[in-house]
Design a protein around this ligand. Sequence first.
Ligand SMILES: [Zn+2]
Length: 260
Amino acid sequence: MNLYRKLRSRLLVVAAMLAMGAVMQSVQPSLPAAAAAPTPLEPRTVYLTFDDGPSRNTAAILKVLQEEGVPATFFVTLAEREQYPDAYAALCENGCRVALHCAHHDYSRLYQSPRSYRADLLELETGLQELGIPYERLVRLPGGSLNTRVTPKTLEQILDGLKQDGYTIFDWTVTSGDDGAEGQSVPVPSETIVQTALERGRGQLSPVVLLHDSHPFTTTPEAARQLIRAYKAKGYRFGVLTTEMESLVLVDLWENLSRK
Ligand SMILES: [Zn+2]
């Protein structure tokens, strides 16, 4: 089995477990008595997340969120800082949250070593501080924690370092496929994105949905609108991710399942 297929089969297993609600309960670490219990993800609540922004699509995404009256969490970069300096502040309005993705979406540089990863993260945080943007110490790794662009050893060291330094780490439980096929920057029809997200999120009580705020993916705003309406019709509410929540790290869930 090649690496991609292996990864895909892992993801499918994790997704299936999430759908049954079994994983979240089985991997809850026992907390010391004095520690505050993390806030759980709310049942029947959708957590929309947008990666890679701001971009030229940010305004359209925010318009949809505002019109539909729902918040989302934005895992930002500094890639378009010069073009859209005011967009960061707009991401903090209407109940939305800014969280940490990366300064530069350059896999080979980012994942060279734990040190290069942290240098990039520090650059992002410094950039947001310079802009005066409030953000959550909530991190989503570029490519997620189950990605094959980083060696397992480097990944483990990166995750350990983040946990030790008190960051909350958040992958997703539903990929919407709005970023198209691997390596192709072609917009996907909004109906297809919605169908994919609903299919992959079927049975999940608290779906954390991955969408993108990125130049090529111009169909994402309309897809977000249709997805929001579909979830509303099912009686779901909408929430944002916070540092009070327990980290959701797919590679940890996978390791945990593998040991059983
Ligand atoms: Zn990304």
